[in-house]
Design a protein around this ligand. Structure first.
Ligand SMILES: [Zn+2]
Length: 312
């Protein structure tokens, strides 16, 4: 049986977490390359190590966004890992995000499941090989192929093509949600459905960690210096983007923050593609932690803002 992924993890996932995206019933193995829903009978492909659990009727807004994402990921060259890293380095502080992903996963044990929503190439999981079982989820197949190339030898990792507004996970099956610069692109209807789906799939004890681009005005100044336009809210060209301030993030995630510990933090403080600043030293994780004690200062320069909600 050659599926191209961690077989034991896959078998556990069918019992513990994966379900039909449409009717949320159990899935059964039809053959090496296919799963079947036990209730509605819909078939789902397993395509080169990637489990395709897209809903039957995706919404049009998401379809257009997906086509755009497929195009972007293909341009990054999904086959050549060095090329993928070169492309990622221009947009993310890799050592910082890798360290954060590792810490996030390690707060869970290996009986628990966490999901990376909109994993892209999933580069930040590369060093993480303990803690929770991990589902890398994206709606673009070319992103998942890049992620699989980077992480194919990892334990307890599965690759799932799915739609954030229609999650293929059982009720109360997920312990953690991690997402980097993804929800900022969701149209309002997708965001509403996603939040409702999270309420359904998350266990009572859970942790949510969401990263978005920071809209603080200093970035507008920096962009202007480089003759560029810093877009904050709404449609811009082909892309929808809603960069939210801390208060707006707290409001958006209000239904989860009520009885949990909530933190707004700033990250990628020293990283800026316009300044060609790409710090690669590991101590940056600790420096940023200290600077987050002074949020008024850090929010001016941090490229990312994140919300962390913990009910553990
Ligand atoms: Zn079904």
């Amino acid at each position: 049986m050659k599926r191209g992924f961690d077989l034991k993890c896959f078998e556990n996932s069918l019992k513990e977490i994966l379900c039909c995206p449409d009717c949320k019933s159990d899935l059964q193995i039809e053959d090496d390359n296919k799963l079947l829903c036990c209730k509605c009978g819909n078939g789902f492909d397993i395509n080169d190590g990637i489990i395709v659990l897209m809903p039957q009727n995706g919404n049009q807004a998401q379809n257009e966004e997906r086509e755009l994402r497929e195009k972007v990921a293909e341009e990054h060259g999904s086959q050549d890992i060095e090329k993928i890293y070169k492309a990622i380095e221009k947009h993310h502080c890799m050592p910082l995000m890798s360290s954060k992903a590792e810490a996030f996963r390690n707060q869970f044990n290996n009986n628990q499941w966490i999901v990376d929503v909109g994993c892209g190439s999933g580069y930040y999981w590369q060093k993480s090989d303990s803690g929770a079982k991990l589902i890398l989820m994206d709606f673009a197949m070319s992103n998942l192929k890049a992620a699989r190339n980077i992480l194919k030898d990892s334990n307890n990792v599965l690759f799932v093509q799915a739609d954030a507004s229609c999650l293929p996970f059982k009720n109360n099956a997920v312990s953690g949600i991690w997402s980097v610069q993804v929800t900022q692109h969701f149209p309002e209807t997708v965001m509403t459905n996603f939040l409702n789906e999270l309420q359904r799939v998350l266990q009572i004890k859970h942790v949510i960690e969401i990263y978005n681009l920071n809209p603080d005005f200093m970035h507008k100044v920096i962009y202007r210096l480089f003759g560029k336009y810093f877009h904050i809210k709404g449609q811009y060209g082909e892309m929808l983007q809603n960069k939210l301030h801390g208060k707006e993030l707290l409001f958006l995630w209000e239904m989860f923050t009520r009885d949990g510990k909530t933190k707004i933090e700033y990250s990628e403080l020293f990283f800026h593609p316009n300044f060609k600043l790409f710090p690669q030293f590991n101590a940056i994780v600790y420096i940023e932690k200290i600077l987050n004690l002074m949020p008024f200062f850090t929010k001016l320069f941090a490229r990312q803002i994140s919300i962390n909600i913990s009910k553990m």
